[in-house]
Design a protein around this ligand. Structure first.
Ligand code: NAD
Length: 392
């Protein structure tokens, strides 16, 4: 069939297998061309490995150090005329290319929060790798069902007071004010359950108790801070409370001594998750314009390749005073932020295209689903049924 993008709100309900493959390949080529740190992981588990920062982490570990990777994903295969999810196609492409290059890569598909998936991963590690020396936790999920059957849903709201600021409507490309309402206590607690550190710690505990965690294993999860304009919505909002919990969990796990746990504070980028946050997409499109003009723009792969090679596996991991790895160093630079702030103050629907890189935002959004890759014939008849080699 001919596969075209079908956008509904913040997501695209179709994905293009050839486009996803071309984009995975270009991330691989990027990593291959970079210098690599001498030290590096050899056996890596990536939880949330099919898109965004998790996929880029998997590619960086595999192609910087020849690491064997096991990925945990939550994706759908194609069914009839419905395409697979882009995470499915990304994973199929990654496994296929990795295997051509002689690299071990297998995947477990299912709910990472569940005990069943943790058990499946542990069995796979025992069978194929023995142990893992690095665990990347890169889940961005709307909900979590705990062992007792309770379902928690995360919210993107403020804490305390409502907050009004500019936002963009990507459909008609207009800028208007939006008011984000405060979360209730229950909503904040639920967001912490979903996006905080509890499940990360459960994973590390399960791996340790099963004897599949190497001595001196390293684990990292990802966070975001950003500038003042996004704070009420993000760092000080319900998601920020979950990220505080994630950071506290990292400190707790390191103090307990079994692993070295890190939080990497990453750059704001277009991913399936960030597209859904009010105010943030407008900030991202202004940020893209400023960082591209100054020649310091990075995508997920540039960020994660730099994380592994220059920070996490430097001879001594590079952190700020509080012990966090700062991949947002370029984004938060004073020159960048003062320019972003100026454009943010001035931006309106009328001057949108002079003040924000909307084309860049849209390009990245479509690429999340495999559309807009160079060298792909989008008019060609394409079979949506693609297998992930280790899953079938
Ligand atoms: P993403 O949506 O691109 O990727 C999330 C991944 O998690 C996907 O592979 C998805 O399939 C997987 N996933 C979701 N629920 C799952 C489940 N129940 N079981 C197994 N897998 C599941 O998101 P992202 O933006 O790459 O976010 C990853 C992490 O990076 C998050 O912690 C996020 O807060 C953080 N982060 C993102 C940004 C940003 O701007 N995008 C910035 C800084 C930090």
């Amino acid at each position: 069939m001919i596969i075209k993008p079908k956008v509904r709100g913040f997501i695209c309900t179709t994905a293009h297998p050839e486009g996803c493959k071309a984009l995975v390949r270009s991330q691989i080529e990027y990593v291959k061309a970079q210098p690599h740190s001498e030290k590096g992981p050899k056996k890596v588990l990536v939880i949330g490995a099919s898109m965004g920062y998790g996929l880029a982490s998997r590619i960086s570990a595999a192609y910087s150090y020849g690491a064997a990777t096991i990925g945990v994903i939550f994706d759908k295969p194609a069914s009839g005329a419905r395409t697979a999810s882009s995470g499915w196609y990304n994973t199929a492409a990654f496994e296929e290319i990795a295997s051509e290059d002689g690299l071990y890569a297998k995947t477990v598909n299912g709910d990472a929060y569940s005990k069943e998936i943790k058990d499946q991963v542990i069995e796979l590690i025992k069978k194929d790798l023995g142990k893992v020396d690095c665990v990347i936790y890169s889940l961005a999920a709307p909900r979590r069902t705990t062992a007792d059957g309770t379902m928690y849903t995360s919210v993107l709201k403020t804490v305390g007071e409502s907050y009004t600021n500019k936002t963009i409507n990507l459909k008609d490309e207009t800028v208007s004010d939006i008011t984000v309402e405060p979360a209730t206590e229950d909503e904040i607690n639920a967001t912490v359950k979903v996006m905080g550190g509890e499940d990360w710690k459960d994973w590390i505990k399960a791996l340790d108790e099963a004897g599949v965690l190497e001595e001196n294993a390293v684990t990292a999860a990802y966070s975001y801070i950003g500038p003042d304009i996004t704070h009420p919505m993000y760092a000080d909002g319900s998601i920020g409370k979950a990220k505080d919990h994630l950071f506290a969990t990292a400190k707790e796990m390191t103090a307990e001594g079994r692993v070295k746990a890190y939080i990497s504070v990453n750059k704001a980028l277009v991913t399936q998750s960030s597209a859904a946050i009010p105010i943030v997409p407008l900030y991202i499109s202004i940020l893209y314009m400023v960082m591209k003009a100054k020649g310091v723009h990075e995508g997920c792969i540039e960020q994660m390749c730099r994380l592994f090679n220059e920070k996490l596996y430097a001879s001594v991991p590079v952190t700020d005073d509080e012990g966090r790895i700062r991949m947002d160093d370029l984004e938060m630079g004073e020159e960048i932020q003062s320019e972003v702030h100026k454009l943010w103050t001035e931006i309106t629907t009328e001057n949108l295209s002079d003040h924000a890189d909307l084309a860049g935002y849209n390009e990245d959004f479509y690429k999340l689903f495999g559309f807009g890759a160079e060298g792909v014939d989008y008019e060609a008849d394409t079979d949506p049924a693609v297998m992930i080699p280790s899953i079938g």
